[in-house]
Design a protein around this ligand. Sequence first.
Ligand code: F6P
Length: 347
Amino acid sequence: MSQVTLGILTSGGDCAGLNAVIRAATDAAAQRGWRVLGIRRGHLGLLATPPDVIALTADAVRTDLLRAGGTILGSNTKDDPNKTGRAEAVSAALLQLGVTHLMVIGGDGSMRIFDRVLSAANIPWVGVPKTIDNDVPGTEFAVGFFTAVGVVSEALDRLASTAASHSRIMLLEAMGRDSGFLALYGGVAGGADVILLPEFSYDLDAVAAHIKAITHDRPGPVLVVVAEGVARFDNDRRQRGSIGPDIAAELEKRTGFDARSTVLGHVQRGGSPVAFDRLIASTFGVRAVELLADGMSGRMVAWRAGTISDVPLTEVVGGPRFVTADSPLIRTARQLGIYIGDGARPR
Ligand code: F6P
């Protein structure tokens, strides 16, 4: 067989565990005698003159890549080449570089972009899901999610002690875009009393009543987690910018208790991956190379029912996915006495 050249790129918002995928894929490819090219800044590296690529070798990825946060390849979240008329230029650059197979490490948006870009090109490719939002369809977990859950949970641990010292409501705003997975998992792991999600409607009077019930109507420590994508309490629309401080102020008014808010922001995306992210990143990277070696294309590696799997990209590109009322963790949260909201919001 002629020389196989695997191109690897990271696309979309970064998260912990991207480098661990790059490391695993490079090792698995190198064992097969493949050449590996790292494409920098997502598709932008392919549109640069000359193309912005680096050679990846098993030696180069041996050191601290498993542990390192971010992505050594860089990423970007802008300028969908399908919309800027550069889709053909992207596939032409891949062919010019001699890339015979491609691995896209990204969220559902990146999968959609490359599905269109590569539809006319004869380059087999596979996707590896990553995002702290955990909103990629077809997989239960994406790389980076559990590290971010740990950040939310640890932040709640820290807020719990100061909430207790001052008998305050402490509100924490988590990322997640329009999906509530990060707020839900982080909130349950960190012992929240209230978790507000974009997928569920909520009533601030009911939240205030819940807070007063659990504190026996006296100021006491309360932990509230709010997903950044929740609708506003007064017009049911998502607002630009942080909603957390507004909800905290409103809860202060409606309970008469002191409330403070913390917006976690990009802290959730940075830093070293936790063990589970390292494991799925390694497993995903190796499986993606196996799929390509087996002649597969148009698939995404996935984590389902506690093990590695893969799904057709047609299952992925219609994303994002959302928390549903029958999610096991919603049931858990309700039975832990956590206020979750009243019912699914129409989408
Ligand atoms: O999709 C990941 C994510 O961190 C979201 O949770 C968040 O809304 C968004 O990206 C932030 O994007 P940016 O880094 O462009 O501000």
